[in-house]
Design a protein around this ligand. Sequence first.
Ligand code: SF4
Length: 242
Amino acid sequence: MSGAELTLRVHAFQSMGTVDGPGVRAVIFLQGCPLRCACCHNPDTWDPAGGINTDLDTLLHRIERCRPYFGPAGGVTVSGGEPLMQAKALLPLFRRLREKGIHTALDTSGCRLDDAVRTLLAETNLVLLDYKYTNDTDYRRYVGMPMDDVDHFLAYLQEKGIETWLRHVYIPTLNDNDASLSRLCKIGEAHSCVTRIELLPFRRLCLEKYREMGIPFPLADIREPTAAELDALRERYPKLTI
Ligand code: SF4
């Protein structure tokens, strides 16, 4: 099959991303997500029929144009939506990137672990794993999946020795308590594949997007954390990257 025949459903392409993995990166946001996280900032990525079909050669061409900016640490991150939903179609892209010596990262909820995903993970240098809550009740209520699923995914990354960053959106009133943050740190410590735990402050920037789409933002009444609150967290939890 030629590169032109392999297509991915792409929501957006960012050429100089600096917040989704190490260094400067090309970030490909794929379309389609089976989850409905209460804190989701990208509801426009949910519909698997949205986005644009983009072939492998086009993506590789765009990535090559960004490559001079990657430096030694950068590379390509595939995010979403949920990139695992297109694991099979992503595989040839990751294989080509690895052949070219380009670092590959996958930003995922860890909601799916089948043969296609396992094969893709074998070509992945780094997983940015959303670890949104530290108890099953909140996972089911605010993400829409059992916490067991993300734990199994993390256990698999540990078994295969795939470098992992945990990413946790810090949401006042929902998961801003010490018990939850201490559990998150312990989960990281218990897995040697985890080299970083990132705390991402909850932001309300997506409100307008929800309004435009005519759907309610479930966390519309929740405030953003203050700078002083984040400074205090940095002191109390030096193991977290905030
Ligand atoms: S997994 Fe990501 S894209 Fe899907 S609903 Fe959750 S935050 Fe949104």
